[in-house]
Each structure stands twice: as structure tokens, then as C-alpha cells.
Design a protein. Sequence first.
Length: 106
Amino acid sequence: MATQDPQAVISQLTLRLIAPNDYTVHDDGQLIGRIRYTRERSPGFWMWTCIVTLPGAPFGGAPTLENAKARFKEAWETFKGKQSPERLTAAYAEMNHANRPDRYRR
């Protein structure tokens, strides 16, 4: 399976390659999800998930990376449209605090 451009753009969303066939998804620099190829069932498929810490965050699967990107984008736009800017800001702050680089330093 060919590896795609690590900085591929889904409209305003950006993919960052973190491992072969494994991408994080960012909206204006904010981590919001992941798309990765999985062989956990046969045939393998592209699994996508929004990781924003709000109830009802969407997830799913697709047969191709292009299809997974399109489904992620559509689901993210729908989900984001149902959230207030304040809720998203609070969720982002919580996520960024939990994922801060110094979290595990002693």
C-alpha cells in the first residue's frame, strides 16, 4: 500500500504522517482525529475517528484512504457544526493539557 503525502490536505483539514499508513488529523493546527490502515479484520480497511473529547464524536471505516478522508471530513463538519465555539474551545484546552509534551517528565 502506497504511503500518501504526509502533509496532505482535506479541505481545511491537514493530515500528518505518524507511522506508515497512520495519520493524525488537524483542523487549523488542532489535533482532532486519526486515520489509519488496520488489518484487524480481513480485508484490511482504513479506520477513522474524531478524538475530540465531547459526547458523540464520530468514527468509522472505509475501503480506501481517499474514502476515509472524505467520510472523516463530512462527519467532522457535521459534528463541529453541532458544537458551540465555547464547547470546542474547552474540549481543545482539555485535550491539549492532557497531551502536553512535559506530562510524563519527572
